[in-house]
Design a protein around this ligand. Structure first.
Ligand code: NAP
Ligand code: MG
Length: 453
């Protein structure tokens, strides 16, 4: 077995060594999951619900330890990490409501009774990126388990620690062995095997568009089900009639949260030209005020980037010709730090406007009127989220309907609420996670006709 070092991105110190699973072990785990699924799908809905609640309670009991582990592994601020562990608990509680509510239809037909069932798929493979190791994992495994599937989960090589701990907590909570297995390893080995192994019936992937398209193509060979969450280039649209002070004060948190390593980051701020200068004046102190530093510190608002390689990738977006309006702070010393950075792009083709930076870099640009704002917002292959700031409710609704994105917020920057569906238009992804239909995405609909004559 090969081992990988896990690095704390705020200190560059090794925090753990993790054994990486190879192809043969992945195959063995998938086979165990397939066998465990035979009994798991027969567990009575109420009992499956109870086990998921116990899993949620085990996460709650371990919440502070999970959060501290995420701070050490991923450099997330302790405030964010507590929210993330709490989100796993909440998604599990929400999922616990699903087995008993996985309702089919009774459809009026001639000559008999017609009913539909939502059957589990079998083994589900969940591939998780490094930016939100806990929540993104739970959005897959919670509803998948609730629907009667077994789950194999591959965390990102950079951030496996909390996923490994969640696997232990599932067992401690009483989930049967092999119903939920965590397999740390390489994407090209473990993740790829989820795609090619015929017993894996669905792959849930969150990560880059590049790998996502390969996964979709690979799954096509077996007509394998797939859900993709592939990042974004979301617009934060600020109209002249908005509460400008609030829009400017919150804009940094809409993009710099998690150091910008967020698929929902509002990395393009579109401001109506008549208030453009005023907005920038208000934005500058807000950006300079973002507290960047030791993520373990209670009032830190932004930590480091995940790795040295990723910091290089982010830094490459700022070319010598790039107009940087202003930057925020960054600590000295070890750690993969990058300051909050506000740029004024020259042309619509600038990379900083067309590509996902996945770091604390935001582009601010002017628009003329509502139609122009919608045109610019939609001038991207992505379509995940976005914000609209205005005091005109009619405009808020018109623009919400016109922007091609899966998750919009008006006078707010929230994207992910576990009660509501989450996912992207266009190349931001395929399918939806969370929300009232979350378990359905892990089932096949079966229609049964029973003759009465
Ligand atoms: P990535 O390569 O897409 O990795 C995401 C996950 O997929 C990781 O678990 C990775 O495993 C796995 N993976 C990689 N290659 C695979 C393959 N051939 N088959 C199956 N699984 C595979 O993302 P990245 O390289 O970490 O980040 C690159 C860029 O992607 C970022 O800068 C950002 O723009 C975007 N991104 C978006 C999101 C999002 O939330 N939508 C998340 C992360 C990254 P390993 O652990 O071995 O890499
Ligand atoms: Mg990669």
């Amino acid at each position: 077995m090969t081992t990988a070092q896990v690095i704390n991105p705020a200190t560059e110190q090794v925090v753990a060594r993790v054994e990486l699973v190879g192809e043969a072990e992945t195959d063995a785990a998938i086979e165990r999951a397939r066998r465990a699924g035979v009994a798991w799908r027969e567990v009575a809905p109420g009992d499956r619900a109870r086990l998921l609640r116990r899993f949620a309670e085990a996460v709650e009991a371990d919440l502070e330890a999970l959060a501290q582990l995420e701070v050490a592994n991923s450099g997330h601020t302790i405030g964010n990490a507590r929210w993330e562990a709490g989100n796993v608990r909440d998604v599990l509680h929400y999922s616990a409501g699903m087995p008993e509510r996985l309702l089919g239809n009774q459809i009026p037909v001639a000559g008999g009774v017609d009913v539909t069932f939502h059957e589990p798929l079998g083994v589900v493979g969940v591939i998780v990126p490094w930016n939100f190791p806990m929540p993104i994992a739970a959005w897959g495994f919670g509803p998948a388990l609730a629907a009667g599937n077994t789950v194999v989960l591959k965390p990102a090589e950079l951030t496996p620690l909390t996923a490994i701990r969640l696997g232990e907590l599932a067992l401690e909570a009483g989930l049967p062995e092999h119903v939920f297995q965590v397999l740390p390893g390489k994407g090209s080995v473990v993740g790829q095997r989820f795609v090619t192994h015929p017993a894996v019936r669905k792959v849930v992937f969150t990560g880059s568009t590049e790998v996502g398209t390969q996964i979709m193509a690979g799954c096509a060979r077996q007509v394998k089900r797939v859900t993709l969450e592939l990042g974004g280039k979301s617009a934060n649209i600020v109209f002249a009639d908005a509460d400008l002070a609030r829009a400017a004060a919150t804009a940094p948190y809409g993009v710099f949260d998690n150091a910008g390593q967020d698929c929902c980051a509002r990395s393009r701020i579109l401001v109506q030209r008549s208030v453009f200068d005023k907005f920038l004046e208000l934005l500058e102190p807000a950006v300079r005020g973002v507290k960047v530093g030791d993520p373990a510190h209670e009032d830190t608002e932004m930590g480091p980037l995940i790795s040295a390689a990723h910091r290089e990738r982010v830094a490459a977006f700022i070319e010598p010709s790039t107009k940087v309006a202003f930057t925020g702070e960054r600590p000295d010393g070890p750690g993969f730090w990058y300051p909050p950075t506000v740029v004024l792009p020259d042309a619509p083709t600038d990379r900083v406007l067309t590509e996902e930076v996945f770091g604390p870099v935001v582009a601010v640009l002017p628009f003329e009127d509502e139609a122009d704002a919608v045109r610019i917002a939609n001038d991207t292959e992505y379509g995940l989220s976005g914000s609209i700031w205005t005091s005109d409710v009619g405009r808020a609704l018109r623009v919400s309907r016109a922007v091609e994105a899966g998750n919009l917020s008006v006078n707010s920057h929230s994207s992910v609420r576990y009660w509501t569906p989450f996912g992207g238009f266009k190349q931001s992804g395929l399918g939806r996670e969370l929300g009232p239909d979350a378990a359905r995405a892990f089932t096949e609909t079966k229609n049964v006709f029973i003759a009465t004559q």
